[in-house]
Ligand binder design. Structure first.
Ligand code: BGP
Length: 458
């Protein structure tokens, strides 16, 4: 049996916009997702929008008991900025009451809340001004962060600023998956820079708040790049991919510096963002205490074919390729490669002074899971159990080699709403029956996870 360290965090992750629902209840204002769905419902799978999702706004008590049932000792979700500060300035007391009850119920049931501030859910009032494109977004975010620390700092000890900041940049400004669906590399870099500064200002607010025993981190998605060959061109493609997609946030967040190689690459390609003279110092002063790593898939890269200069997209820095031996989760189109989790563990140990970190998301989305229901009504998701086992094996190897990983969170606890994919792919330990009042039913993987937690290993 592979035993994990004492007090290891076992749990799951989710986000406010994907679970809460109550989109226009309790004084909440519209997020960009709420508004985009109103404008273009046909862009969303089966026209499933964010207004109800898994109804956690009304069911959080019931859900926390279900967490307890499977022994989870921690859970990450986020606060909806649009609920706490509907106009960006005025504190919504109903939201304070809701989140205080929600977090208190977790604590009372032995589930430590890890609370994130931004999970792709830009308030619409701010998006109308340009969202992360404009520098004033940084100040608005800092005020929101400060408010959250003041209101909930007595309950929540582990905080994170952003979930996967690269995703709202690439999906909103390089591909067509998040509003505002622009394609502009230079703007994408500016959006990324403002996001980074918003993170830095939130960390600064956190230090000022002086929450006893409080720790702050950031959640990044990590897809380590694996080069097609050892040729200098393919190796350079790997370096560029890792710099753009990983080190761009990980280096400033943990080491307090933006890597020179990235600055040089952007400078040569006329992509440098507008900055303030004091930013560099602020980045250096406001590093994190821990990192969350969302790992789903690796990135296979080779040298770019016919790159444009200056670059118009990441494909001018590196190209993807299909690794002939790959295994796929075809429902999501993501490669399954557990070995990368060991590489991530080693990266954190060797490049990032062995900072404490945890697997903040890992999981497997599968469509039409009801196919696997047995006579007693339980979904037999053995594929998910195998997936987790294989990943935990690699993680365990990394911990044995000295990496300071303190937890493993599955995406997700109850099936949740997924952006443009709606409820197509399911990830949860509990099935959510959206046709039947969002009823929850334990899947086989949930029962298996309970055993895993009891044994602190598998
Ligand atoms: C991560 C996000 C989550 C979640 C998950 C699964 O990148 O942090 O919000 O959605 O991926 O991906 P998807 O829902 O696109 O299948």
């Amino acid at each position: 049996m592979k035993t994990f360290p004492e007090n290891f965090l076992w749990g799951a992750a989710a986000s406010a916009p994907q679970t809460e629902g109550g989109a226009f209840e309790g004084g909440k204002s519209a997020s960009t997702w709420d508004k985009w769905f109103e404008l273009e419902p046909e862009r969303f799978n089966a026209e499933q929008g964010p207004s109800i999702t898994s109804d956690v706004y009304h069911r959080y008590k019931e859900d926390i008991l279900l967490m307890k049932d499977i022994g989870m000792n921690s859970y990450r979700t986020s606060i909806a900025w649009t609920r706490l500060l509907p106009d960006g300035k005025t504190l919504n007391q109903e939201a304070v009451t809701f989140y205080r009850k929600y977090f208190t119920a977790m604590i009372e049931n032995g589930v430590e809340p890890i609370i994130n501030l931004f999970h792709f859910d830009m308030p619409w009032w701010l998006m109308e001004k340009g969202g992360w494109e404009v520098r004033e977004s940084v100040d608005h975010f800092a005020f929101y962060a400060k408010t959250a620390f003041e209101q909930f700092g007595d309950l929540v000890k582990k905080w994170t600023t952003f979930n996967e900041p690269i995703v709202h940049i690439e999906c909103g400004y390089l591909s067509n998956f998040h509003y505002p669906c622009k394609h502009d590399f230079k703007l994408a870099v500016q959006v990324g820079y403002h996001t980074l500064m918003a993170h830095v200002y939130a960390v600064k607010e956190f230090r000022k708040a002086g929450i006893p025993d409080g720790k702050i981190g950031i959640i990044l998605n990590i897809s380590p790049a694996y080069p097609k060959s050892d040729s200098p061109e393919d190796l350079e493609a790997k370096e560029r991919a890792d710099h753009v997609n990983i080190y761009s946030f990980l280096d400033p967040a943990v080491l307090g510096v933006i890597p020179d190689k990235l600055i040089d690459l952007f400078e040569r390609n006329e992509l440098l963002p507008m900055v303030e003279s004091y930013d560099r110092e602020l980045i250096a002063e406001n590093t994190v205490d821990f990192v969350g790593m969302n790992y789903y898939q690796p990135l296979r890269v080779k040298a770019a074919v016919d790159p444009r200069f200056p670059a118009k997209d990441r494909s001018d820095f590196y190209n993807g390729y299909i690794w002939p031996e790959r295994r796929m989760n075809d429902y999501r189109g993501w490669e399954i490669y557990p070995e990368a989790l060991y590489d991530v563990a080693m990266l954190m140990k060797e490049k990032y002074h062995n900072i404490p970190w945890y697997v903040s998301e890992n999981g497997m989305g599968v469509a039409e899971e009801e196919r696997f229901t047995d006579a007693k009504g339980q979904i037999k998701d053995d594929y998910r159990i195998d997936f987790v086992k294989e990943h935990l094996e690699q993680l365990h190897k990394g911990i044995e080699a000295g990496s300071q990983c303190f937890g493993y969170h599955m995406w997700t606890f109850v099936d949740c709403w997924s952006w443009l994919n709606g409820y197509r792919n399911r990830y949860g330990f509990y099935r959510v029956d959206i046709e039947n009042d969002c009823k929850r039913t334990l899947k086989k993987s949930g029962a298996w996870y309970k055993q895993l937690i009891e044994n602190n290993g598998c």
